[in-house]
Design a protein around this ligand. Structure first.
Ligand code: SF4
Ligand code: FES
Length: 273
C-alpha cells in the first residue's frame, strides 16, 4: 500500500512549524500506525534527513504517551483506540493523511508531533492522591468498598492522560481528564477525607493551566480512547458545588491561594458587595 503523509514539522515551540509531504511505500495491513511511521523514519534516516518526532512508550494503549491528530481527529477516529493500537488495515491504497500535534495553548509543541502535557501532571499534583497512615500491611478488607463505588472508581482510573479530550474540545477544556481523576478518588472510602480539598485544588489547578471551559460539545467523550463518559464531568461539578458549600463551615487551604470561608466575609463591606 502506498500513502501520502502530510506531517507537521516543528523544531521547537518558539520556531514556526509547517507541513511537509512524504510518500510511504510498502505499507502492509498488519503494520500498526506507529510501525508505519517507524518505516518512514528509517527511510528519512537513510537519506540523512531528520526523523519525525512522535511520542510512544507501551505501544499497547496503556501509557497515554502517544497521540496526535490524523486527518483532524484525535487518535485517528477508531472508537476506544489509541494511535499505537491503530492498525493500517483501516486505511487503503493511495490514502492521503494529515498528521499534526494536539492543538491547545496549555500543550505547547516540543517537536513535530510531540506536545508538552506536563499541565496534566500539575493538575494531578494538586490533589490526585490520598493520605493514608503507613505502617504494617493493613488487612485487605479493613475498609469495605461498595461494589458500585469500586466499579465507578475503576472506570475513572482507566484514563491514561493522553490529552485527546483537550485536543478534540473546541475550548481546549481538560474537564474530562480532571473529572476522571477526581471521580476515581472521590468515589472510594479512602478518598473521602480529602474529597472537598481535592476537588477544589484540582479544579483551580486546571483553570490556572489555561484550559478552557466545558460547553457540552461532547467531542472529548467521542475521541477518548478509554471511553471515559461525560457523566464524570457532571460528578465533578456536583462535587465542586458540595466543596464550595462546605466552605461555609470549614476553611480550605489551597496552596498559593488565600481563601476565607464565605461567612467570615458576611459582616464586611466586601462580603456584602
Ligand atoms: S479522559 Fe480520555 S482522552 Fe482525556 S486524557 Fe483521559 S484517556 Fe485521554
Ligand atoms: S504508546 Fe502507550 S498508549 Fe500509545
Amino acid at each position: 500500500m502506498h500513502l501520502t503523509l502530510r506531517i507537521w514539522r516543528q523544531q521547537s515551540a518558539p520556531v514556526p512549524g509547517r507541513f511537509i509531504t512524504y510518500q510511504v511505500q510498502d505499507v502492509t495491513p498488519d503494520m500498526s500506525f506507529l510501525e508505519m511511521l517507524d518505516a518512514l523514519n528509517e527511510d528519512l534516516l537513510s537519506r540523512e534527513e531528520p526523523p519525525v518526532a512522535f511520542e510512544h512508550d507501551c505501544r499497547e494503549g496503556i501509557c497515554g504517551s502517544c497521540g496526535f491528530l490524523i486527518n483532524g481527529v484525535a487518535h485517528g477516529g477508531q472508537r476506544g483506540t489509541t494511535v499505537c493500537q491503530l492498525s493500517m488495515r483501516f486505511f487503503k491504497e493511495g490514502d492521503s493523511l494529515t498528521l499534526e500535534p494536539w492543538r491547545a495553548r496549555a500543550f505547547p509543541v516540543i517537536r513535530d508531533l510531540i506536545v508538552n502535557r506536563s499541565a496534566f501532571d500539575r493538575i494531578l499534583q494538586a490533589g490526585g492522591f490520598i493520605s493514608a497512615p503507613t505502617g504494617s500491611a493493613p488487612d485487605a478488607n479493613a475498609i469495605l468498598v461498595p461494589k458500585e463505588a469500586a466499579d465507578t472508581a475503576f472506570d475513572a482510573a482507566a484514563c491514561i492522560g493522553c490529552g485527546a479530550c483537550v485536543a478534540a474540545c473546541p475550548n481546549a477544556a481538560a474537564m474530562l481528564f480532571t473529572s476522571a481523576k477526581i471521580t476515581h478518588l472521590n468515589s472510594l472510602p479512602q478518598g473521602q477525607p480529602q474529597r472537598d480539598q481535592r476537588t477544589l485544588s484540582m479544579v483551580v489547578a486546571m483553570a490556572n493551566e489555561g484550559f478552557g471551559s466545558c460547553t457540552n460539545h461532547g467531542e472529548c467523550e467521542a475521541v477518548c480512547p478509554k471511553e471515559i463518559p461525560l457523566e464524570f464531568i457532571g460528578k465533578m461539578n456536583r462535587d465542586l458545588m458540595r466543596a464550595v458549600w462546605r466552605r461555609h463551615r470549614e476553611p480550605l487551604v489551597i496552596p498559593g491561594i488565600v481563601q476565607h470561608p464565605l461567612h467570615e466575609d458576611a459582616g464586611t463591606e466586601e462580603g456584602r458587595s
